[in-house]
Write a protein that binds this ligand. Sequence first.
Ligand code: SAH
Length: 467
Amino acid sequence: MLISITSTTPDATDLGYLLHKHPDRVRSVDVGFGKAHVFYPEATPDRCTATLLVEVDPISLSRRRKGSQTQSLEPYVNDRPYAASSMLSVALGRLFGSAMAGSCEARPELVDTALDLEIEVPVVAATGGEEVLRRLFEPLGYEVGCSALVLDDQFPDWGDSRYLAVHLSGSVPIQSALQHLFVLLPVLDGRKHYWVGPDEIDKLLRRGGDWLRSHPDHEFITRRYLRFGGLAREALARLSDGIDDSDRVDEAQDVAEAEVERPLSLNEQRTLAVLAAVERAGGGRVADLGCGEGRLLQRLLDQSFVSALLGIDVSIGALERAERRLRLGQMSERRRDKLELAQGALTYADDRLVGVDVATVVEVIEHIDPERLDVFARVLFGRSAPATVIVTTPNSEYNVHFERLTPSRLRHGDHRFEWTRSEFQNWAVEVSEQYGYSADFLAIGPDDPETGPPTQMVVFRRAEMAL
Ligand code: SAH
């Protein structure tokens, strides 16, 4: 992927001082997921262009994503090598971190100088298209030009792809332009290839503090940049308080950033979201129903808020794999006493579930025949009636983002159905009314404005427990 920044303010070669990169040299660095190179195709007093080229190695990226069960080719064949995304931001931070922080020892007077800049990004995956592109950049004073890229120039009938070639021009200090790109390219892309962790708030406030506060779409930007509801809320609160105590960026931090921003699979995001919900519910005796290979059990077992843990699955093979994953044989007696694995079907009454405080049902209901869902609900909510039940399932609306799936196809061969958000919510509300629970819905993974997130979650609380 590629981005070019051209200055036409004489002496245009000042760009070299500002970017801390000499126009006569090529600078290459390793960015963790590939290599980034900076070079100057043109460097004259009237016009000077710095180009950042990022070579992404999708194979090493997918190898680093441990635990991914996907059988698809998507990790190997995808748009990451050429479409601007959060990875381009990481490379911008890594190579132009000092410029983004406003340091220029050689020519400090240049830092605040607005330059006539032209910025070219030949391939941008723009979720929301031209409209969102304009909404993001025009309020910052850029003139925005773009053209849609055809899907395949051999087959013009196929129409346009979702990628745009983008041209921005404006009179802006280089520091601001880099900050705008750093924050807004991943926002425009709308997907997150990299982990969104709590330190992302600091990064957003550092790079976006001043201009983001006054941007008319700062809420939309913050939500899309941070994805997770809780993080976005905290950042919005800090933005409106005007707390921006960290306007300093050092290169060491940028190096660390590429390391920290490791890919976080949807699986991991789901596990974290469920863990957090179990903790919010107060933990206690927890049952993971349809526990599969025990990925969630493994994490729950370490939590002090979990006093006893029961894993149930219909598949003996899955339970055996769970035993191996959890190293049941080598487990200390104390841990072993906390855990029970048992075979069972969710559509039959099960006395082992009596007295459970929290039940988790993660990516399981879509494996149950729709006509058996009533029995599942009766057995769990009617008979065992845990104080809290946490259910996740795919959101079928999100499937349009999976390039290898048509909208009507299912994500997994054993899925009996996949629900839209409203189908899921209707089911959950019906269950909650029938059995006396409240229902709160949460998004897991990138919450796309049109399709919603890839995974949907509901937290049921038994009515007398709900505050
Ligand atoms: N919760 C796990 C596994 C999800 S896969 C995770 O998130 O990783 C779905 C699991 O549900 C499989 O292990 C399957 O064996 C189990 N399952 C499907 N139908 C079931 C039923 N009726 N009763 C119990 N387990 C069931």
